[in-house]
Design a binder for this molecule. Structure first.
Ligand code: FAD
Length: 394
């Protein structure tokens, strides 16, 4: 083991994008930080479709071909009828399909360069209290049980988070706010390499969508997210298999991942005395798209900085750490509440409305979002009104 300090100011549990940013930004404050990851290698296994906006990434890292699989400039939405609407992303900025394992490792590298220690194959198994004060983390490294004393813990342990629950916080999530996902890495997929592709409809992906995101010359991430309440009828894997059989009969799966994505509101409590929660563990994902890498990085950045400042001030009370809650709500949490409303409205759109919308733009390339909204206002005002109500939170 290379990191040999026996105690730390801050222990970050989880080495994903949320944990890495938290460790990086806390270490930059000159405090002692340890980040632990239960898996043997940071970034593996990859449980992600690997899509992210380029602008978010470049807040933290310079462009590097090692962790970019594809740069995409458009998105194509397929209605159940088979017609599609094709958007140019240029007005919004381009998107990347990442090599997520290399990307996550690069973020962890930045944390290490800023001075954080990292232990892999190390699982947090409990919290230690000195009377009422959080005083350390119990861990297990390849069978060896021990405790690392610390002043503050950052829970970045993903959707299945246990750390926050150990601290007595309510992390329950309703089935309707959980997107159940299955994804294949598939060979012999000949899609347009410049586009994110999304397939919509109650038969294809109820309460969610199916995606094809290009990876290598012929490979793509082909996956599906289905709202948890519909998976009693049929599993997400069965929905995906039905699509693959119909649309990609000559493709071969090279890999498979299953997982879940919290498409909810941020937890009511993301801080308590001596503890902060970031990323998926705090339910910070975009509820409409299911994307959470950017939110994990942003929350990690804010939490890490505030954690470092709190340590230097000698005050890790809930009241002091509440600055993180306020900063998060200002940066994204308030917007997330509105996006949640959009998700709910989107689930209610009947397939016929998707078909009618796609028919309006049939054979038209590079539709601008503004053009879409204008045409919908004229031809489907009811649909726009529902979305506006959802966005306004009514
Ligand atoms: P994670 O990346 O999950 O990291 C948590 C880490 O904590 C893990 O490495 C885990 O091993 C570790 N850990 C857990 N418990 C412990 C413990 N007790 N001790 C030590 N370590 C522990 N988002 C996007 O933005 N774009 C996409 O295209 C996209 N596609 C997705 C596709 C699928 C199929 C799924 C399941 C998710 C997808 N997401 C996507 C969501 C995205 O992957 C997450 O939002 C993001 O990884 C959250 O980062 P995080 O750091 O909070 O958690």
């Amino acid at each position: 083991m290379f990191s040999t300090k026996s105690s730390y100011d801050i222990v970050v549990v989880g080495g994903g994008p949320g944990g890495a940013l938290a460790a990086w930004k806390a270490a930059e404050q000159g405090v002692n930080v340890l980040m632990i990851e239960k898996d043997r290698e940071i970034g593996l296994p990859v449980r992600c479709a690997e899509a992210i906006g380029a602008d978010v990434v470049h807040r933290y890292l310079e462009k590097d071909p090692r962790w970019i699989s594809h740069e995409l400039h458009g998105a194509r939405f397929f209605a159940p009828s088979g017609d599609s609407v094709e958007f140019s992303l240029d007005s919004l900025g381009s998107g990347y399909i990442l090599e997520r394992n290399v990307f996550d490792r690069e973020l962890a590298n930045q944390a290490a360069r800023a001075g954080a220690d990292i232990r892999v194959s190390t699982c947090a198994t409990g919290l230690v209290y000195d009377q009422d004060r959080l005083a350390g983390v119990k861990m297990n490294t390849r069978g060896e049980e021990y405790t690392v004393p610390c002043k503050l813990v950052i829970a970045a342990d993903g959707v299945e988070s246990r750390v926050a629950r150990w601290a007595g916080l309510n992390t329950m999530i309703a089935l309707r706010d959980l997107e159940v996902t299955t994804q294949y890495l598939m060979d012999n997929v000949t899609t347009d390499k410049g586009y994110f592709e999304f397939y919509l409809g109650k038969e294809v992906a109820p309460g969610g969508y199916l995606w094809i995101f290009p990876k290598g010359p012929n490979t793509a991430n082909v996956g599906i997210g289905v709202c948890g309440r519909y998976t009693r009828r049929q599993s997400s894997t069965a929905y995906l298999n039905a699509f693959v059989e119909k649309h990609l009969p000559n493709s071969t799966p090279l890999g498979m991942v299953v997982g879940s994505v919290p498409v909810a509101h941020t937890l009511d409590d993301i801080v308590t005395d001596g503890l902060m929660i970031v990323g998926d563990a705090a339910r910070m994902v975009n509820p409409s798209t299911g994307g959470g890498i950017a939110q994990a990085m942003t929350s990690g950045e804010i939490a890490g900085k505030i954690a470092g400042e709190a340590i230097k001030k000698g005050d890790v009370s809930k009241e002091e750490l509440f600055r993180y809650r306020k900063a998060w709500d200002k940066r994204y949490g308030n917007l997330q509440k509105r996006i949640y409303g959009l998700k709910e409205a989107f689930h209610k759109v009947p397939d016929e409305d998707f078909n009618r919308t796609a028919a309006l733009f049939k054979n038209k390339k590079h539709v601008h979002v503004f053009e879409l909204l204008t045409k919908l206002l004229i031809h489907q005002p009811g649909m726009i009104l529902n979305f506006m109500r959802a966005f306004a939170g009514r």
